[in-house]
Design a protein around this ligand. Sequence first.
Ligand code: CDP
Ligand code: CDP
Length: 202
Amino acid sequence: MMFTVAIDGPAAAGKGTISKAVAAHFGFAHLDTGLLYRAVGAKVLHGVDPLEAAQTLEPIDLEGDHLRTPEVAQAASKVAVDPDVRAALVAFQRQFAARDGGAVLDGRDIGTVICTGADVKLFVTASAQTRARRRLDELNAKGMGLEFADVLADVEARDARDRDRETAPLKPAQDAVLLDTSDLSAQAAIARAIAIVAAARG
Ligand code: CDP
Ligand code: CDP
């Protein structure tokens, strides 16, 4: 059985939290597509050519907390503007989505480009302040010692770059369900998402 859930939205909106919970609930596989761009960005910071990095990604490249830093996030959003880099990552994502047993993919263009026929599309949002606060708490819980202003600046700069780019810009698919989590706990947001997916499964 193939069943695809596409979850898009701006930085730190709660896409990953919701995706993991939906995948666990329904027994689907989960792919955080942001990790692909972060892994390419991390390689570019080490001097590798962006397209070569995208064409040679290995599973091991997607591991590690070093991918979670604001510096790597910025590098990711810069390489993500390049249509050739994006194109090099499409086949892997579509194969993942088509696997037997169901899949949840989260990112920016899953509902609009990667899986236009997804069974469920969610567009998760929250105010930039809320998202930056959540991301700050998350990273500082890992001992990163970041300042709120720097995390907010990262989030806002990436959102602008992701929305304004020509190829696969950040925007809700026409048939996406909008989920504003500004005033929702993670548990409440997860419950909404599970209900939406359950309804679509019939
Ligand atoms: O994947 P994305 O960048 O969209 O966000 P995330 O990593 O799932 O969420 C960022 C942080 O916000 C995590 O620490 C979540 O636990 C937290 N969160 C929250 O506090 N309330 C929500 N409704 C959703 C996420
Ligand atoms: O976790 P967070 O939402 O902060 O970021 P992410 O999902 O890990 O994505 C990092 C960057 O990769 C984003 O700012 C986008 O520029 C890019 N990205 C993209 O262009 N398309 C995707 N499907 C996923 C991520």
